[in-house]
Design a protein around this ligand. Sequence first.
Ligand SMILES: NC(=O)c1ccc[n+]([C@@H]2O[C@H](COP(=O)([O-])OP(=O)(O)OC[C@H]3O[C@@H](n4cnc5c(N)ncnc54)[C@H](O)[C@@H]3O)[C@@H](O)[C@H]2O)c1
Ligand SMILES: [Zn+2]
Ligand SMILES: [Zn+2]
Length: 389
Amino acid sequence: MKALTWHGKHDIRCESVPDPQIEEGRDAIIKVTACAICGSDLHLYNGIMPDMHSGDIMGHETMGEVVEVGKDNKKLKVGDRVVVPFTISCGECFFCKRGFFSGCERSNPDPSKAKKLWGSSPAGLFGYTHLLGGYSGGQAEYLRVPYADVGPIKVPEGLTDEQVLFLSDIFPTGYMAADFCNIQPGDTIAIWGCGPVGQMAIKSAFILGAERVIAIDTVPERLALAERSGAITLDYMDKDIYDRIMELTNGRGADACIDAVGTESDPSASWDARLDRIKVATFMGTDRPHVLRQAIHCCRNFGTVSIVGVYGGFLDKIPMGSAINRGLTFKMAQTPVQHYLPILMDRIQNGEIDPSFIITHTGSLEDGPDLYKTFLEKKDGCIKVALKP
Ligand SMILES: NC(=O)c1ccc[n+]([C@@H]2O[C@H](COP(=O)([O-])OP(=O)(O)OC[C@H]3O[C@@H](n4cnc5c(N)ncnc54)[C@H](O)[C@@H]3O)[C@@H](O)[C@H]2O)c1
Ligand SMILES: [Zn+2]
Ligand SMILES: [Zn+2]
């Protein structure tokens, strides 16, 4: 089959690779009908996540048709149309039973490296390094889905691939980011990053009852899309974000702040962002948490900082003094996608949201390597890429 494979920094290739096979009784094989490139794939593309191997198959936003099921899989049958969560979860362990699917303690077959780095291992992920299981990803013609009687959700009649594809990751992630904020009537939610995750967080914050959303980025078409969703937009290159948020909230700060940027924040945003870049380049630091620092300062006393942008290691100069003295709550996670799937499928079905609004670029797997570059460089108005193998 054809698949997009990783060969080092900025080197994604469309290659022929062996077809996946059923390996365990609960597996299924999916013929991929649509997949997408995620902001998290850019961390691999930029070579900042450890333990990718040359030839690894990329991709964790995938859907398609079931073409084979293992002997113990009682949930799926050949011909089912499903969306596959990016998190691989057994459904039976301590964490899965409590709904913390992205904390599954069985789906990473070699948790030792993650334990060394993070204390414990989270769930295995599709196409996301050997630290997190070394599973082949779904930017391919076929995908092997382990524990396929837990993760995939069947797609009801009448919904297009584009409407449901983002249930695999960015819609639940943006929704979780807003859910973490415990939104009350009258609340103002500030969101850093108007990429795909930020855009889903904006829509979700309004769905969950926010009165105002303040959306921060610098890319004009991303700010314009945020505005079309009803957000007040701020360009971090021409406004002091802290001052503007204080002006907009009577000097109090936002009720909750969402970091939908993570470790690759724009180094030109401020002096501390530039310093982060230098520290990482000289191995004096692992991450670039400028946005997290700003989100903490812009959050009102006893507000919530919700972190869905990904960080990898040890974050430097986080203003914990500000956070503890002002009673902030921090919430963060790799999304336990399965937990959110039923309610979000309902919200799509009843017309509250059509997540396809985000797609600006489509192509085949052969177009994949070029579209990675376009997405990274935010060229040609690119906000989200969907691929049709
Ligand atoms: N927690 C999860 O489960 C989960 C799931 C999906 C994605 N993510 C993470 O979410 C983050 C965003 O993903 P995406 O797909 O939207 O990626 P993206 O790279 O397309 O979007 C990031 C956006 O942040 C903006 N930005 C950069 N610096 C900024 C700053 N200083 N202030 C405000 N905005 C700034 C960029 O211009 C860009 O529009 C990534 O870190 C990704 O890894 C996490
Ligand atoms: Zn993702
Ligand atoms: Zn589990």
